[in-house]
Design a protein around this ligand. Structure first.
Ligand code: MF3
Ligand code: CO
Ligand code: CO
Length: 268
């Protein structure tokens, strides 16, 4: 714990400002994908769209080449919980797919993910998707200067539980800045009032993965793809947040006030 404490970087106002640019490109890209994701499209085609979108804005994917990751985005359909590698399989009506984008502009990173319904989806998957949004929103609302990271985990865990969903505990949010992953770890479960203090200048992600069944996963042989053991679907939203003394800014959600959209993602 103490060694982690030393590794936390607190950002200046100017540094937070530099992180707005990558974060807004992510937001814009995730909005655009609403029109791209439909039955018949493959995750490789989505990856290509993202690659062009990112290049046109003079940004750089932080994922491509990261520990050998082969694509510009993570694309995780249905039972893929996280870190899915884009491939040629067409998405089908009723699928659900999470697109996670991490990119940087001049070395400053932003990180964000949305889950989308492919076509009309199914009531069960829509419920899960909305639950993941509600849990993320609850975490964001709990992330305030003067609080503690345990407040965030507790809010996420409570919201998911109330909706009958489980949180995959192996995965967490993280600090972000000149590296894609920095301290602290932002767990998606926890106890209110516990954990590290949230202080102005902290910039971190909130990114809980929710499932309807057992929150247990396997890693496939490609070394990246994480799937649910029971084959059930998962949903995830991720946002990058900057903490100020009197407010918390969602860098990847510049277009909407989170308090006005706690029941479902803004793109519905
Ligand atoms: N964007 C992911 C995150 O939210 C990072 C994935 S890194 C990977 O932290 F390359 F390992 F997939
Ligand atoms: Co992240
Ligand atoms: Co991410």
């Amino acid at each position: 714990m103490e060694s982690q404490e030393r590794n936390i970087t607190v950002k200046t106002g100017l540094e937070v400002h530099r992180m707005r640019r990558p974060s807004r490109i992510i937001e814009e890209l995730l909005w655009s994908l609403k029109e791209v994701i439909r039955p018949g499209v493959s995750t490789r085609e989505i990856d290509r769209f993202c690659e062009n979108f990112i290049a046109e804005r003079n940004a750089v994917s932080s994922l491509k080449g990261y520990q050998g990751f082969p694509a510009s985005i993570c694309a995780s359909p249905n039972n893929v919980a996280v870190h899915g590698i884009p491939n040629d399989n067409p998405l089908r009506d009723g699928d659900i797919v999470t697109i996670d984008v991490t990119l940087n502009v001049a070395g400053w990173h932003g990180d964000g993910a949305w889950t989308y319904l492919v076509g009309a989806g199914s009531p069960e998957k829509l419920f899960l998707l909305k639950a993941a949004w509600k849990a993320t929103a609850a975490g964001i609302l709990a992330a305030r200067a003067g609080g503690r990271l345990g407040d965030v985990g507790a809010a996420i865990e409570r919201t998911a539980g109330r909706l009958g969903c489980s949180v995959l505990e192996d995965f967490a949010g993280h600090g972000i800045g000149t590296s894609m992953h920095e301290d602290p770890i932002v767990a998606n479960t926890g106890v209110k009032g516990s954990g590290r203090p949230i202080v102005p200048g902290m910039v971190f992600t909130i990114e809980p993965i929710l499932c309807l069944g057992k929150p247990e996963v396997n890693l496939l042989e490609d070394g990246w793809t994480v799937v649910t053991r029971d084959g059930g679907p998962t949903a995830q939203f991720e946002h990058t947040l900057a903490v100020f003394r009197d407010r918390t800014e969602v860098l990847t959600l510049s277009s909407r006030d989170i308090r006005t959209i706690i029941d479902g993602p803004p793109y519905f």
